[in-house]
Design a protein around this ligand. Sequence first.
Ligand SMILES: Cc1cc2nc3c(=O)[nH]c(=O)nc-3n(C[C@H](O)[C@H](O)[C@H](O)COP(=O)(O)O)c2cc1C
Length: 205
Amino acid sequence: MKVLIINGSPRKEGNSALLIKEAIRVFEEAGVEVIRYDVGTKEIRGCIACGGCLKKGECVLGGDVPRLAKELASADGMLIASPVYYASPNGSLISLLDRLFMSANCDLRMKVGAAFAVARRAGTVASFDVLNKYFTINQMPVVSGRYWNNGFGRAPGEIREDEEGLQNARFVARNMVFLMRSVALGKEKYGLPESETVIKTPFVR
Ligand SMILES: Cc1cc2nc3c(=O)[nH]c(=O)nc-3n(C[C@H](O)[C@H](O)[C@H](O)COP(=O)(O)O)c2cc1C
């Protein structure tokens, strides 16, 4: 069992990192392998809509995205944590996720997903919604917790005082473990849901 964790924050020991740490403890106790990627201060270009990935099978802009796509292909679940910037996930993370999900040349069905947003005060629910949409467009079940997966703190470390936020991270991680195991059993017993050729109907023809 393997989970891919992406931390959008540029702050190594920031509040998103601490929330992730709480979840990692649960994964490790359960024997789940963790592949962690920190966006950090890397310069990550956004998707340029070149369509190159559709031909090559991976993002032609390269960087870490093709490697992460391979990790995602072999993962059972994905956890994303983001700082809130102007009521949205931070820009570098969005650039990475747009390219990762656009170019992921694998079957994402039933890989479970969970997202966290961390803020000083507001914008977590809007950011949570943005992040969950990468999952729900890809037949990835969203794993819930006991709130809308947020955490609060401004300066690095302040989230330690947000006991409820940290506890929720543990709830979510345990629910992820349960669902990843359940999906594995379900796949064995029933296989993945039947698929169809995808119909795309642009509004302007
Ligand atoms: C550019 C920028 C925009 C921010 N926008 C918001 C915001 O809209 N709402 C909020 O509550 N906090 C906002 N913050 C504060 C961060 O969300 C907060 O410091 C958070 O703990 C950062 O998480 P990190 O430590 O994981 O990087 C902003 C911070 C920066 C640098």
